[in-house]
Design a protein around this ligand. Structure first.
Ligand code: NCD
Length: 341
């Protein structure tokens, strides 16, 4: 695996399989049954220049669960970039303080530019509408775990990606990662103007998958294995786009009716979150809460073992995990959420 994790393009199938295996070995630690100190003394720099809750906190928690410590900064206002510092200088400075760096930035390509100035491993936590490789890895890990539970295989699976496929960086990384597996049937449904970039569609088709684009969710999805919904990324819209989107109703909403009428009892529902829960939003409806097919919180939980696997692999302690463990000593509830089944 290469030194940084900037794009899923740097991952061969064997690298991904390795990360899936290491993530599975991290589960007892991520689930708070065991403790490890393999990263004792190591420091993570968590630099988030765009809004984030789960990515920032889960990278932070994953590093701490491996025994490391975290220094972080959020937003431009309180960083020296507000004084005109370049990505190069910031990168060199942070490399003197930290053993690994996670960065989120609104500009596509910025995290790669930052990584070019350092020999410390850099992970792309989202670069504008570009990529979000760790999210795609935890999404694939989730699909793999859910399929094992349901006795399904990725080979021949039918996956629907819906929502903002133009600006949604999670689906850009995920579709490329999925294309290493299969063969798959992938259906893309997005509001007009928010279609998946054609280069990604061509890439997936060239790898032998069946890929179809549709403009509506009103189809038969009875053989669907996964619905992966995404939020409309309004913060990336131009003014004209904002105007044209005001008229959209809930046509692209994934809700109880869609799942009940068009899908099957074993279709799982995923979303990178956050979902827009305001009335009229074209997003994943809260009326699916409590439905066991809703995998979104199992998906967020899976962010911890996968991000632990990424750190352990990049910092080359992945082989030490099994020998460096002891049981936890504090109280841990049997379920972490009150809606969990
Ligand atoms: C996504 C992101 O930031 O790209 N969230 C996440 O990291 N889990 C999706 C989004 O913001 O809609």
């Amino acid at each position: 695996m290469s030194q940084h994790l900037l794009t899923v393009d740097s991952l061969a199938r064997e690298n991904v399989d390795h990360l899936l295996r290491v993530a599975a070995r991290m589960e007892p630690i991520a689930n708070r049954r065991q403790v490890t100190r393999v990263l004792e003394g190591a420091v993570l720099g968590n630099l988030f220049f765009e809004a984030s809750t789960r990515t920032r906190v889960s990278f932070n928690a994953a590093f701490c669960r491996l025994g490391g410590s975290v220094c972080d900064t959020t937003g431009f206002t309180f960083s020296s970039m507000a004084k005109g510092e370049s990505l190069y200088d910031t990168s060199r400075v942070m490399s003197g303080y930290c053993d690994a760096i996670v960065m989120r930035h609104p500009d596509q390509g910025s995290v790669a530019e930052f990584a070019a100035a350092t020999n410390v491993p850099v992970i792309n936590g989202g670069d504008g509408p570009g990529e979000h490789p760790s999210q795609a890895l935890l999404d694939l890990y989730t699909i793999d775990k859910e399929f094992q539970r349901l006795n399904k295989s990725l080979s021949g699976a039918h996956i629907l990606l819906t929502g903002d496929l133009k600006y949604g960086r999670t689906v850009h990384s995920l579709i490329k990662l999925l294309s290493l597996y299969g063969p798959l049937r992938i259906t893309l449904v997005s509001p007009p103007g928010l279609e998946m970039p054609s280069a990604l569609i061509d890439l997936v088709a060239s790898r032998g998958h069946r890929i179809e684009q549709r403009s509506s969710l009103a189809c038969d999805f009875s053989d669907l294995d996964v619905v992966y919904a995404t939020r409309i990324q309004k913060e990336r819209f131009t003014d004209e786009m904002n105007e044209s989107f005001q008229g959209l109703s809930g046509d692209f909403m994934i809700n109880r009716d869609f799942l009940g009428q068009r899908c099957s009892p074993s279709t799982i529902v995923m979303h990178p979150l956050p979902r827009d829960s305001r009335p009229g939003a074209n997003d994943l409806d809260v009326n699916l809460n409590g439905d066991p097919r809703l995998a979104i919180f199992r998906q967020t939980d899976n962010g911890i073992p996968m991000r632990m696997a990424i750190f352990a692999t990049l910092l080359k302690v992945d082989a030490l995990i099994d020998e460096d463990q002891r049981p936890v000593r504090w109280f841990v509830p049997s379920q972490t959420g009150t809606l969990d089944r």
